[in-house]
Write a protein that binds this ligand. Structure first.
Ligand SMILES: Cc1cc2nc3c(=O)[nH]c(=O)nc-3n(C[C@H](O)[C@H](O)[C@H](O)COP(=O)(O)O)c2cc1C
Length: 183
């Protein structure tokens, strides 16, 4: 049961996720940022849960390009598509870093933690003598581990249904307001 105080789009999203079933791809979302050159940039990230009722958590590496984008422009969009229900959610909002991130680091497996100790993402690969990547244990939280908090201020939901598609827009103006719009 969902808390009645939660925005109503959370109920729709919960239902879409349930129908999609338990697959890792159920948590793969597309995050769009705006580069320092004012160009759109898009990539897949993992949805790591809710911070507050309408804010999502994403983990990333401080050395990745998206960090520079978000420092110059916190505006972002997240797209979440569900194949089984032919449903698309477009979330608009702002991203900020959560400084209190120790519990998130502790939630990761040793294998996941070790990825933050890899060479800098996006840089030219250096030739290496040793090719195997070690999975270490008891890794301390590194400075490049970043938890992003995506604070959602609007949700655009499109459901491909017969005979006519449905589309709804939620906007947060003090409280969440929902309107049906043309698909
Ligand atoms: C299935 C999948 C899941 C991913 N999850 C994350 C993630 O949770 N966080 C992340 O920073 N990058 C994740 N990536 C890698 C990003 O798509 C991207 O390549 C990387 O973050 C660098 O992006 P940037 O150069 O735009 O910052 C994932 C990629 C795939 C294919």
């Amino acid at each position: 049961m969902l808390d009645n105080n939660l925005p109503s789009w959370r109920q729709d999203l919960k239902s879409s996720r349930k129908k999609e079933g338990k697959s890792p791809s159920n948590r793969w979302i597309q995050l769009a940022t705006v580069s320092e050159e004012n160009e759109p940039r898009l990539r897949t990230v993992v949805f790591r849960g809710w911070h507050k009722d309408s804010s999502m958590i994403i983990f990333t590496d401080r050395r990745s390009e998206k960090i520079g984008h978000l420092m110059s422009n916190p505006n972002a969009e997240i797209l979440w598509f569900f194949l089984k229900t032919k449903t698309q959610y477009r979330f608009k909002g702002k991203i900020r870093e959560l400084s209190d991130n120790k519990n998130h680091w502790d939630s990761l497996s040793e294998q996941s933690k070790s990825t933050w100790f890899w060479e800098s993402p996006g840089e030219k690969k250096k030739p290496k003598v040793q090719s195997a990547i070690e999975i270490l244990s008891n890794l301390p939280k590194p400075e490049n581990f970043v938890v992003l908090n995506f604070e959602i201020d609007s949700v655009d939901l499109l459901k491909l249904e017969k005979p006519i598609h449905k589309r709804y827009l939620w906007e947060k103006i003090k409280k969440w307001e929902k309107v049906e719009i043309n698909p």
